[in-house]
Design a protein around this ligand. Sequence first.
Ligand SMILES: [Zn+2]
Length: 51
Amino acid sequence: MIINRVECPFCGYKMPITFSKDARCSGIFVKCKGKNCKKVFEIKINEKEVK
Ligand SMILES: [Zn+2]
């Protein structure tokens, strides 16, 4: 199983959130843990965005 990391779209910080390549997700918001960022962003996972 391939595990992907959620990355902050603002600063690129790799969040301690992982998802499998089959995951589908939207409408979930998390706060970036980057020291100088702390922005809230939506986790969007779909086939097009999975690398
Ligand atoms: Zn960030």
